[in-house]
Design a protein around this ligand. Sequence first.
Ligand code: ADP
Length: 198
Amino acid sequence: MIIGLTGGIGSGKSTVARAFAELGAAWVDADDVAREIVAPGEPALDAIHRRYGRAVLHPDGTLNRAALRERIFSAPAEREWLESITHPRVRERLLAHLQRLEAGPAPYVLLVSPLLFESGQDALIDRCLVVDVPEALQRERTLARDGVSREQVDAILDAQLSRDQRLSRGCDLVDNSGDTPFMREQVSALDARYRAPV
Ligand code: ADP
């Protein structure tokens, strides 16, 4: 069984995924895969290079994310083009990772992704799990972790589904607004359910 684990930035997806992994779950992080498919030599990076030129590459040939972000910031058509290049490749690569992990010893596999629904990755999963915190706490934890500006956090939040949209999808839920033991208790209960699906 493949469970899509999602939630906004700073909601605690990685923290919750690590708690599941400690109980024996396998997981793959869509952000890692999104980086893999734009590594040097990958067709997606060649396509990006052809469209925007050397300016979006570092001198060593790796992708300059900040420069690319500038190209697509407030340019919806460019963002769409970029997503049309990257999203299908991320899904394809995720599928390969998931199939490999499913063949392994873990009782179930987590697909951890901030954009599970927005990027069509929900086609790859059997059920979904939302890590939920109030937006104020999400903001506070992201600011503390990343050292980014309030404006940058707002921009990222605007690009993601709202809390209400996420909660309306009928997924399982981890309330991560409390302390670590409270989170672990919920993860433990879900782990038992995922091992013995009804
Ligand atoms: P995401 O992967 O969703 O972006 P993280 O798992 O990195 O979120 O969590 C964001 C930040 O909040 C991290 O610094 C993490 O240590 C912290 N954090 C996560 N869960 C809790 C919690 N229950 N209590 C306090 N801090 C938490």
